[in-house]
Design a protein. Structure first.
Length: 282
């Protein structure tokens, strides 16, 4: 009887926590929709800012944010997955491997502004990339690496050992086993880590302030060495550094709403892709 009561109590607690989380998210969305609804229009999505960013739309920051996400993930996903493969399949347990894992875990807790200063020192100054899309994208890639590495290693370790033994029994070597058996089985979970990284990268402000975000530029970046506007920095500019803060208040809420919907949309696409990969694996 006591076990049933504990089980029921735990279930109620978990469902209540989930309901409160969903309620909080819906409350935030409702608040943003209420305050930013007057700004939402096709022109707002497709036109660049104008008149000291008090009119027009946010197409340039939207495209800039997508460019930053793409550049960062192009670098972060391959490096993160390869590092996860090393930890899970090739590294031997010892002080060196333990120290490397500890460094990766510690990097996950480093404040984003520290990554911004690191990117400023390495990419902007030392490598002479300047304040650019490339510098900002590489900085965001460094920011997202710990999550991707951890997710990849965890996913690979979760693949049953029987999969590897069956592959070895058929004559495959270690790399063939990792590439054709283990990695495809772990791919849905690895994709989950990448999705979470995209959400964090799209919403970061501090790293890109130092490395590539422009206060205002009317044109979309056409080169890796151009500066870009980004939605998080654009929101901060409108709320704190603009000359017509009260006048742009609806634009601020509309921009925040677009950013949240953009992150949710990208995450939804990733979830759909992950579900398809799982179905195909079965």
């Amino acid at each position: 009887m006591s076990r049933k009561l504990v089980d029921r109590g735990a279930s109620i607690l978990l469902w209540t926590s989930a309901a409160l989380l969903v309620l909080g998210l819906l409350s935030i969305l409702a608040y943003l929709m209420t305050n930013g609804a007057e700004s939402m229009s096709w022109e707002f999505i497709t036109k660049p800012p104008r008149d000291n960013m008090t009119k027009g739309g946010i197409s340039t920051p939207i495209i800039g944010t997508l460019q930053l996400v793409i550049v960062s993930m192009v670098f972060a996903i391959p490096v993160g997955v390869v590092t996860g493969i090393f930890f899970a399949e090739y590294a031997t347990e010892g002080p060196f491997t333990t120290a490397l894992r500890l460094c990766v875990r510690c990097l996950a807790g480093v404040p984003s502004v520290v990554y911004g200063l690191f990117g400023l020192s390495l990419f902007v100054v030392f490598l002479n990339f300047g304040s650019s899309l490339l510098s900002a994208g590489l900085t965001l890639a460094c920011l997202s690496l710990p999550l991707i590495v951890t997710a990849s290693e965890t996913a690979l370790l979760a693949v049953p050992q029987d999969f590897r033994l069956a592959s070895y029994a058929l004559g495959a070597n270690k790399w063939q086993t990792v590439r054709k058996v283990v990695l495809p089985a772990a791919l849905p979970t690895i994709l989950t880590g990448a999705i979470l990284s995209v959400g964090r990268v799209a919403g970061e402000t501090a790293p890109i302030i130092f490395t590539g975000a422009a206060f205002f530029t009317p044109k979309v970046a056409t080169s890796l060495f151009d500066e870009v506007m980004a939605l998080p920095y654009h929101i901060m500019v409108l709320a704190t550094a603009g000359t017509h803060i009260e006048q742009t208040r609806p634009i601020q809420y509309g921009t925040v709403l677009v950013l949240i919907l953009l992150v949710m949309g990208v995450s939804s696409l990733g979830i759909i892709l992950r579900a398809r990969l799982r179905r195909n694996r079965r």
